[in-house]
Design a protein. Structure first.
Length: 430
């Protein structure tokens, strides 16, 4: 047992321990303020307006994923081997930005139409509907760039700078949202303020990333070929996954009511309890994995990341089982009837969190070529679930999420094992 603990918690220097503690404390602050902002919005908006708010961020997640198609994993994987060369990193960033912007333009019209339909289903009037669609496009444009600049900072171990900027951003967002809700302004104005703070956050990250780049406007053919190779193997999966990741909202829109959309969105707020550990994995652990080339070191790092993820999941599930009322209290009086769905939902989300971490391990090494098999395997399962489950019942929507996330975990685990075996074989053959 002692050897196993030493494996996952190797001896750290005093400076390394202090760095990790400071990281977790700042991240806890960021997560806490974000959670407070989210719960404040949840309590401050009526159910119909919170349903609109849920759809807003569901749509934003769809667009962010659909314009990624493996670009950010490719940038992380390629950047892990060239991160010290500022000129090449700038060329890699230029190439990734150009490809992602092209995808953004291709998907803009379908995105506008789909967003307008979703908002229309909640009964929004034309003027606020148009305003929300325009704000969504602005937020989507920000998100196109944000992850790519963050990768530059992560690879250069500028995590503290990322955190400090994020902390300023969430404080500004919190102050504005609190004021707007106190004034009882509509959800359109609240989202407009959030978009402004997102833009300011992006601009600061662009300035910070500039310190690790050599400015020029050139792209690189070899980077484009490498990224395009990953895009081709990921395009169908990502297109499918972009809708799949927000499928609970889509199913409620099609089969249930606006109130059910708000209830799923409210339960989704509780996933913020996973956020601090998820951020630690993404910002602190994955960049190191991306730069690791030794097979044993890769395996050790991956096992440590998965071990930490499981440790983060267990206390939250235990909390939900032992004292669900305290979790539901933060959602406000409109959502106290969800006690029976709480544990099932958090279990489904926990499986999804673990599946996402396995995928992120693959993505950090650009080991996602087998993604093309996901759609033909997952689609029959999902069609069967839609046929057999009565999706007008929110409990069955949660069951759908759980089965879907379980398949996601199994597929990503197989993809990781297969990719590691191929990587090991390639090292033996050289």
């Amino acid at each position: 047992m002692r050897n196993r603990i030493k494996k996952y918690y190797p001896a750290l220097t005093a400076d390394a321990r202090q760095e990790k503690v400071i990281f977790l404390l700042i991240q806890a602050g960021i997560t806490g303020i974000n959670a407070l902002t989210g719960f404040m919005i949840l309590r401050g908006l009526v159910k119909t307006e919170y349903a609109v708010f849920t759809i807003i961020f569901s749509m934003l997640a769809i667009f962010t994923n659909i314009t990624n198609v493996g670009i950010t994993p490719a940038m992380s994987g390629i950047g892990g081997s060239i991160w010290e060369n500022r000129r090449e990193m700038q060329a890699l960033l230029n190439t990734a930005l150009r490809l992602r912007s092209q995808l953004g333009w291709w998907f803009a019209i379908p995105f506008i139409v789909y967003s307008a339909w979703q908002f229309g289903e909640t009964g929004l009037n034309p003027a606020p509907l148009l305003a929300l669609v325009l704000l969504l496009l602005f937020a989507a444009w920000i998100q196109l760039q944000f992850a790519l600049f963050s990768i530059i900072l992560q690879l250069n171990k500028a995590v503290r700078q990322l955190q400090e900027n994020e902390l300023r951003y969430v404080l500004l967002k919190f102050a504005g949202v609190a004021t707007l809700l106190w004034l009882r302004l509509p959800v359109t104005v609240v989202f407009g303020w959030i978009c402004l703070t997102m833009f300011l956050n992006l601009r600061v990250n662009q300035i910070l990333a500039g310190h690790y780049l050599e400015p020029h406007a050139e792209t690189e053919v070899r980077f484009q070929k490498a990224i395009n190779g990953i895009i081709r193997s990921n395009f169908l999966r990502t297109l499918y996954w972009s809708l799949e990741g927000q499928i609970s909202i889509l199913l409620c829109t099609l089969f249930a009511t606006t109130e059910n959309i708000a209830e799923i969105g409210a339960l989704g707020r509780l996933s913020v309890y996973f956020a601090i550990f998820q951020a630690f994995i993404i910002n602190y652990s994955l960049p190191g994995l991306a730069k690791t080339q030794d097979k044993r070191a890769i395996l050790d790092r991956a096992q440590r990341i998965l071990f930490h993820t499981i440790l983060m999941i267990i206390p939250i599930l235990a909390w939900a089982l032992l004292h669900p009322d305290s979790l539901l209290w933060v959602l406000g009086p409109n959502y106290q009837s969800l006690k029976n769905q709480l544990c099932l939902y958090l279990m489904a989300i926990a499986i999804g969190q673990l599946a996402a971490v396995v995928y992120q391990i693959c993505a950090a090494k650009a080991w996602i070529q087998t993604n093309r098999f996901y759609v033909p395997l997952a689609l029959p399962l999902q069609i069967g679930l839609i046929y057999w489950l009565n999706l007008a019942d929110i409990g069955n929507v949660i069951l759908f999420i759980g089965f879907n996330n379980l398949f996601f975990l199994l597929f990503n685990s197989a993809m990781l094992l297969f990719a590691f075996y191929r990587y090991q074989s390639s090292l033996l053959s050289t």
